[in-house]
Design a protein around this ligand. Structure first.
Ligand SMILES: C[S@@+](CC[C@H](N)C(=O)[O-])C[C@H]1O[C@@H](n2cnc3c(N)ncnc32)[C@H](O)[C@@H]1O
Length: 317
């Protein structure tokens, strides 16, 4: 399959509208912190002929496929295998001090979802893996085998917002000695059996537990919390950041971070705002922007997206 058939970039034109004014300058650099299959990057490289893209991804397969797709752009593309919280180290290694744009298109790629053996989907039986970075150690299978009942309960509750987290954690621990969980269908069956018929659910009963396991396997929230301030630190004044989140826990982190960075830090009662108290960012949108009906129809992956954007208005050095 051609790489470009694997993924239609979400809110592509909107990302170009928002980042365009910052990256449409000579020798601009855009960090695509979630390169995936390079769909967004390809469009930016095509649209802005002097732009360099630094593409980060923790998934070696994504880097390989995106590398092939972006090869025609030659040395305008620099790819780095790293978690995006390594953005500062990656730029330092490339001797890039400031960038004009940063794009985060969070979550798993359609490539990862479509590769059944990666174990991200509850609707297809597969090994309980769920690693975005196939070179890392922690898998969903290990979590289900090794975490205590209270640790399982916590991740299902916090990362899956699962009301039945205690019940599921207890059943997993009861079951796992006799029947270790190695395949996703085993977990789906256990969740189905442990869910009382009277409980009204929206969506598949295993959806939240799978989300929680994926977040824990990939330490998704911690990585995002660490990455956002590093990305903003790397932005030149006038540089812009766009973040697309697909679930509420990530979006909450993005929202709080951008709100804090776009607010004055002057202590209440100070008669004048000192320069170092001025906000570093200016929000480009009121709240989060959603996909419109046309975009959702053309690209169902866009349905849950929440896009937020800001511009750097003050330097720190
Ligand atoms: C939704 S896809 C990006 C798709 C891309 N925008 C495109 O147009 O093809 C998200 C990608 O981000 C990567 N990713 C997710 N979390 C990451 C993290 N903490 N560090 C680095 N890469 C991450 C995933 O491996 C995946 O390839």
């Amino acid at each position: 399959m051609a790489t470009r058939d694997l993924h239609t970039p979400v809110l592509l034109e909107r990302a170009i509208d928002l980042l365009g004014p910052a990256v449409d300058v000579d020798n601009a650099v855009l960090v695509d912190a979630t390169l995936g299959m390079g769909g967004h990057s390809e469009a930016f490289l095509t649209r802005f002929p002097s732009l360099t893209v630094v593409g980060l991804d923790r998934d070696p397969e994504a880097l390989e496929l995106a590398g092939e797709r972006l090869a025609p752009f030659g040395d305008r593309v620099k790819l780095v295998h790293t978690e995006f919280d390594g953005i500062d180290a990656a730029l330092k290694r490339l001797r890039i001090r400031r960038v004009q744009g940063a794009l985060f298109d969070l979550g798993v790629s359609s490539l990862q979802l479509d590769r059944v053996d990666r174990g991200f989907s509850y609707s297809k039986d597969a090994p309980l893996d769920m690693r975005m970075d196939t070179t890392s150690q922690l898998t969903a299978e290990r979590i289900l085998a090794e975490y205590s009942e209270s640790e399982l309960r916590r991740i299902f509750y916090e990362y899956g917002e699962e009301k039945l987290s205690s019940r599921y954690a207890r059943r997993i621990v009861q079951e796992r000695t006799a029947h270790p969980f190695v395949r996703s269908a085993q977990l789906v069956d256990l969740i189905a059996a442990a869910t009382p018929a009277a409980v009204q659910r929206s969506g598949h009963p295993a959806k939240r537990v799978f989300q929680a396991l994926r977040i824990e396997v990939n330490q998704e929230l911690a990585s995002l919390e660490a990455a956002l301030p590093r990305a903003v630190d790397a932005l030149a004044v006038g540089g812009r950041i766009v973040v697309m989140a697909y679930q509420s826990l990530e979006d909450r982190i993005v929202k709080r971070f951008l709100q804090a960075k776009s607010s004055s830090t002057a202590p209440a009662g100070l008669p004048v705002e000192l320069p170092e108290h001025r906000p570093e960012l200016r929000l480009l949108l009121r709240g989060a922007e959603l996909a419109n009906e046309d975009e959702k129809a053309a690209n169902p992956r866009a349905t849950p997206v929440r896009l937020r954007a800001a511009e750097r208005v003050r330097g720190n050095s």
